[in-house]
Design a protein around this ligand. Structure first.
Ligand SMILES: NC(=O)c1ccc[n+]([C@@H]2O[C@H](COP(=O)([O-])OP(=O)(O)OC[C@H]3O[C@@H](n4cnc5c(N)ncnc54)[C@H](O)[C@@H]3O)[C@@H](O)[C@H]2O)c1
Ligand SMILES: O=C(O)C(=O)C[C@]1(C(=O)O)C=C[C@@H](O)C=C1
Length: 312
């Protein structure tokens, strides 16, 4: 058991990420008390029943009263309305953070609503599953996974260090980066891959000559991985694509160009090209495993992409 990092934590949204945080904080003694709010009465009842929170509240404004740390764990598109609601009720000196998958849009949505004297340290744990809701959490979700913090001018070094201690206490490895770079990196390693998985499962669904039962029966493990990813929460992912539009469209453009190159090689029977290409991609996977990163994010320093709009 560690000493609590915060006396009172308020979790707004009680789904996969918040419930995993609640369980991890409880197991490791990182929070004195945990208050919670979710918009559905059923979710609030489950959170109390399974002991995620010490108290649940019908409104976010009530949940944040007296909290030292407020964690916004709702879909990215819901952050602005929540921030507007809680702003006037935050304790002076409190820290607000979030776990949203996109950072620039969340900063733009939340920061304007926070009063003077309240710090804001945006965050994003690179850990999740295709499941959602208060029963889907587990206390080891963040172990040995990255959590990225993207401090803003509303973050103080003390508030950032304290939040880092909380994530490290939950077993995560913490890194800090600029929000725009975060959004570009995540477009490469998470957002565009999800879109490709959604598309591939959609293609299978549309292919009338291959029945749904065949898709289910003969799913090889590669396609099965796609169906797992494509089962992720529709609200969460709609919001990710709408709010990280520029970076996703940049990476998607590069992806389609690359796909045409491979398509042409197949059409032309260019086996050497395909072999060389697959040899390079295999080396990338092996590099990730050798670096001990197979359960976590790639080395961000090696992401060879340029910001949206840059040449090349
Ligand atoms: N699922 C993942 O793999 C993953 C990983 C890292 C970060 N995230 C991010 O974490 C956040 C939460 O994702 P999750 O997977 O825990 O989602 P989830 O669907 O499991 O939970 C979301 C919770 O927010 C509540 N909610 C939704 N709109 C609300 C509103 N307007 N007011 C109050 N409560 C509201 C829901 O009732 C639910 O309790 C998202 O921003 C997501 O981008 C998700
Ligand atoms: O493992 C999964 O199911 C996930 O999709 C988790 C995943 C990811 O892409 O790695 C999804 C979204 C997040 O914002 C962070 C993590």
């Amino acid at each position: 058991m560690s000493a609590p990092v915060y006396d009172r934590v308020a979790l707004i949204g009680l789904g996969l990420i918040a419930s995993s945080m609640a369980l991890a904080m409880r197991e490791r003694g990182l929070a004195g008390t945990i208050a919670g709010h979710a918009k559905s009465a059923e979710t609030r009842a489950v959170a109390l029943e399974i002991g995620l929170c010490d108290a649940v509240f019908d409104t976010a404004a009530a949940a944040v009263q007296g909290a030292d740390l407020v964690v916004l764990a709702v879909p990215v598109g819901a952050m602005a309305a929540i921030a507007e609601e809680i702003g006037p009720h935050l304790k002076p000196g409190a820290c607000v953070t979030d776990v949203g998958s996109v950072k620039q849009a969340v900063i733009g949505a939340v920061a304007p609503h926070l009063p003077e004297g309240v710090t804001f340290v945006p965050g994003h744990p690179l850990a999740g599953t295709e499941h959602s809701g208060p029963r889907s959490g587990f206390p080891t979700l963040f172990e040995n996974r990255w959590c990225l913090l993207t401090p803003t001018e509303r973050s103080t070094p003390e508030a950032t260090a304290r939040l880092r201690a909380l994530w490290e206490g939950m077993g995560a490895k913490v890194d800090e980066m600029d929000a725009a770079h975060h959004d570009l990196v995540l477009a490469v390693v998470s957002h565009t891959p999800h879109l490709i998985a959604y598309t591939m499962v959609g293609v299978a669904d549309h292919l009338r000559r291959v029945s749904n039962s065949e898709v289910i029966q003969y799913s090889a493990s590669g396609f099965r991985d796609f169906t797992r990813i494509a089962a992720s929460d529709p609200t969460m992912w709609r919001d990710v694509f709408l709010t990280n539009k520029d970076a996703v469209l940049d990476i998607l453009g590069r992806f389609t160009e690359e796909l045409f190159v491979l398509q042409r090689a197949i059409r032309m029977g260019d086996g050497d090209m395909l072999f060389d290409y697959f040899t390079r991609t295999r080396a990338i996977r092996r590099g990730i495993i050798e670096a001990g990163q197979d359960t976590a994010a790639p080395d961000f320093g090696r992401v060879a992409v340029k910001p949206a709009g840059a040449k090349g």
